[in-house]
Design a protein around this ligand. Structure first.
Ligand SMILES: Cc1cc2nc3c(=O)[nH]c(=O)nc-3n(C[C@H](O)[C@H](O)[C@H](O)COP(=O)(O)OP(=O)(O)OC[C@H]3O[C@@H](n4cnc5c(N)ncnc54)[C@H](O)[C@@H]3O)c2cc1C
Length: 399
């Protein structure tokens, strides 16, 4: 022990106070275990609270308010020109990637001024969410994505309405291209998009994914195993190969989402307390908080690997969508042909992130298309689109 170190005996030490860590710690304490949380940062809350979910959604809300004010003109309601006033949350300083004009998502959430021309590298959810924020605040936004579509890996029917919206909102979208060179030329960044002449941007946001931080934990002196992508390997009880060590959250792999981390944290705590608990959830909802929102859970069409039936309900037929002037949404059901069980749901449209909760419950509790179709949904609401799509599927298979 060196001066300043503190040795304390506790039942459970939780390393990291993000959503995974604090959920585990709360559950451990509830179960009567003496628990301590240790975090390398100065505050508890992790990436979610300070550089992820919460500040990005606060900024997206600002963007949504600006968008609604614009759309209100269609209903004959006008506002003066919007003024932007420093309400974005304070963030710890981001990582510099060669130049302070080049930001990661943390830096993008704390930029004090709005760049005139912003280059977003990466058309995944973080790039699109923050790209839309900056576009709403007045930046000309150029997005470059090396795959051939935005939101790679996400169901194409769901991506289409978002892609159409992004085409209107952004100055340019380059798909199937990479940014091959970046140079700080003082007053701007000169970036070369493959196949194009160099262009100047005031700032660049690099949003090409996240990596697990497993190298600072001292795991080399334990029996825990780390995968080739630096994820800590765990079983369904969130136990590592070292019997005294459990791991949850982003450090254990994809999907890197706060709500997965929270559920895993509770499972780990219960297993530590000797309870029969497992991370055996079949549906982990994913939400892209863009306009329109994109949300899905369970098994989507491309991953089904078995005989399935698909139902799509266009929001052009939704009364509620008409009342809010947003008929561009879609609700899509994936149903297992043999059992008629709903195994996947995708929704694109305003409020999709809220609507997906019903779908997660439906999948988790093995609901059939009939169950969904005969459940009374309030009218006029967007939730009717789940019932309508199930009805459509049933009427199609048995007239
Ligand atoms: C811009 C952005 C937007 C996002 N939006 C969403 C969203 O809308 N919805 C969603 O579900 N997810 C979102 N995420 C992802 C979400 O933030 C993460 O999935 C979530 O924070 C993971 O929680 P965690 O507890 O595993 O890790 P973290 O939140 O990263 O917490 C880890 C904690 O461990 C600490 N730590 C690290 N190393 C050590 C060490 N050696 N010793 C002690 N402490 C240590 C860190 O300081 C940190 O506090 C977003 C992420 C970003 C970047």
């Amino acid at each position: 022990m060196v001066m300043g170190d503190l040795v304390t005996e506790v039942d459970v030490a939780v390393l990291g106070g993000g959503p995974g860590g604090y959920s585990a710690a709360f559950r451990c304490a509830e179960l009567g275990l003496e628990t301590v949380v240790i975090d390398a940062g100065h505050r508890l809350g992790g990436a979610c609270l300070f550089e992820g979910c919460i500040p990005s959604k606060a900024l997206l809300h600002v963007a949504a308010v600006l968008g609604e004010a614009e759309r209100a003109k269609e209903f004959g309601v006008g506002f003066g020109e919007a003024r932007i006033s420093g309400s974005a949350p304070m963030m710890p300083s981001g990582f510099a990637v060669g130049s302070d004009r080049i930001m990661d998502s943390t830096g993008a959430l704390e930029v004090p001024e709005i760049p005139e021309h912003l280059l977003v590298v990466g058309g995944g959810y973080i790039g699109l969410e923050l790209g839309q924020v900056y576009a709403a605040l007045g930046s000309r936004v150029t997005v470059v994505e090396m795959m051939d579509g935005l939101l790679p890996g996400v169901d194409r029917d769901l991506v289409q309405p978002l892609a159409r919206r992004c085409e209107k909102l952004f100055a340019a979208i380059h798909l199937g291209r990479k940014v091959s060179a970046v140079k700080d030329i003082g007053a701007a960044i000169e970036a070369t998009i493959e196949g194009q002449a160099p262009q100047s941007f005031d700032r660049v946001l690099v949003a090409v994914g996240r990596r697990a931080v497993s190298d600072s934990l001292g795991l080399e002196s334990t029996k825990a195993k780390v995968t080739d992508r630096a994820f800590v390997a765990i079983d369904e009880h969130c136990r590592t190969s070292d019997p005294h060590l459990y791991a949850v959250g982003d450090v254990t792999g994809e999907p890197m989402l706060a709500h997965r981390a929270m559920r895993q944290g509770k499972v780990a705590a219960e297993c530590i307390a000797g309870r029969p608990s497992a991370f055996d959830n079949v549906a982990i909802p994913a939400v892209v908080f863009t306009d329109p929102e994109v949300a899905w859970c369970g098994v989507m069409e491309a991953q089904a690997g078995r005989e399935i039936k698909i139902a799509k309900f266009s929001w052009a037929a939704s009364g509620r969508a008409a009342t809010i002037g947003r008929s561009d949404g879609l609700t899509k059901l994936v149903v297992e042909a043999a059992s008629n069980r709903v195994i996947g749901v995708g929704i694109v449209g305003p409020g999709a992130g809220e609507l997906i909760a019903e779908a997660a419950l439906a999948i988790e509790t093995a609901v059939t298309a009939e169950d969904l179709a005969v459940t009374i949904h309030a009218h006029p609401t967007l939730s009717e689109s789940l019932m309508e799509s199930a009805e459509g599927l049933l009427h199609r298979s048995s007239p």
